[in-house]
Design a protein. Structure first.
Length: 131
């Protein structure tokens, strides 16, 4: 999962070998002005996901990714991934959280939970802001 996620972040393989043919990428509380169904954006299929990731890389504010954390679950093909996203302009660092389902070395389903602090607050969890 970590290798597939790293390949995604770096867009290392232009063919998207880390993405399953039938992959679904979901973004809740969509960031960067992207809009889908309400506050969610769903992208289905390898080619559509690749096109989406390329467009996102071209349109999103420049940022660097650091400290990728992978949290295994009791299901061997399901992990949580969290990473630090540091804006190039020196803005506030965020830590998006994603739920990633794997099939071998391919991402089958990627659900990114944007605005993680707000989600955790809504769940009445303890939130520590990242500065």
């Amino acid at each position: 999962a970590k290798n597939a996620f790293a390949a995604q972040l770096a867009m290392q393989d232009p063919r998207g070998a880390w993405i399953a043919e039938d992959a679904i990428y979901q973004y809740t509380l969509t960031a960067y002005g992207l809009r889908g169904n309400g506050v969610n954006l769903n992208v289905e299929g390898r080619q559509a996901v690749l096109a989406h990731l390329r467009a996102l890389a071209d349109s999103a504010p420049r940022a660097s990714v650091a400290n990728v954390y992978v949290f295994p679950t009791l299901e061997p093909d399901l992990v949580f991934v969290q990473y630090e996203l540091k804006p190039a302009d020196g803005g506030k660092t965020s830590m998006p959280l994603a739920i990633v389902r794997m099939r071998g070395n391919e991402i089958v389903k990627y659900t990114q939970l944007n605005r993680t602090p707000e989600i955790l607050q809504a769940l009445k969890a303890n939130v520590v802001p990242v500065n």
